[in-house]
Design a protein. Structure first.
Length: 253
């Protein structure tokens, strides 16, 4: 049996597996876990890198980068190791991120090199990060064309692509969808951390010393902030609640 732990980072139900699972089998195990419980929107796999320095790793089910799973894993490891600050390595991105935990609020700080580029497209903005790409749609976007848009902008460099429908008002509200290549899953997510950052960049650019609130479909609010000097983006932070839900098992086939 394989044990997994369920958390809700703002509603985006995430399963974490800390058992050693061979990389080729992770996508299949993630698919099995998501079939077992249709409320689960994504699966991540955690492992220790340097226990003395509280550095651990998170590999997502398709090798993508995931903000919410990272914040979830940070809360899981902070409780396991009785700490409030730690470092982590996340699939899809070569640099280390850091997390700060205060009760159920988890803040993830990501190096600025995570953001690659933002490009105008007919459907809105194309925002590329290391490990995931987003289309942030404009008011003219037809929701029935979602699959066509995802197919149009799928790129081998990105293990996952998301689509965000949003409004430019502050606080911004989002409706996120994420497609992961390895698992073949397209999920209308209840909350999306990376998509929230993409929305802030698409709608308002990188605004130093401004904290941008983004309301998730669940009603929870994330806070996004950027730290930069001139045109150099040093870091991105995103904060929101994470709630422990349950611990379950699944047969190891």
């Amino acid at each position: 049996m394989i044990t997994y732990v369920l958390f809700s980072p703002g509603g985006n139900i995430t399963a974490l597996v800390s058992d050693a699972v061979a990389l080729p089998g992770r996508a299949l195990l993630a698919q099995a876990i998501m079939r077992e419980d249709p409320l689960i929107e994504q699966v991540g796999f955690t492992f220790s890198i340097d226990s003395e320095n509280l550095l651990f790793g998170l590999d997502m089910m398709g090798g993508e980068f995931c903000v919410n799973a990272a914040r979830t894993a940070a809360l899981f490891w902070s409780r396991k190791n009785n700490c409030k600050k730690l470092s982590l390595q996340i699939s899809g991105f070569v640099e280390q991120c850091s997390a700060m935990i205060k009760n159920d609020m988890v803040t993830l700080e990501i190096p600025g090199t995570f953001f690659l580029r933002s490009t105008d497209i007919p459907e809105g903005k194309l925002v590329d990060f290391s490990g995931i790409r987003f289309v942030v749609g404009n008011d003219l976007f037809d929701p029935d064309a979602l699959l066509d848009v995802i197919k149009k902008y799928t790129d081998a460099h990105f293990p996952a692509i998301g689509f965000i429908y949003t409004t430019p008002t502050i606080p911004m509200g989002i409706i996120p969808y994420v497609w992961v290549r390895a698992t073949g899953t397209l999920i209308k997510e209840t909350a999306c951390g990376s998509g929230s950052i993409a929305t802030c960049i698409a709608q308002h650019g990188v605004l130093e010393k401004n904290i941008l609130p983004v309301v998730q479909p669940s009603g929870d609010q994330y806070l996004v902030a950027f730290k930069q000097t001139g045109e150099t983006l040093h870091s991105i932070t995103i904060s929101g609640r994470v709630e422990y839900l349950d611990t379950k098992t699944i047969a190891d086939n």
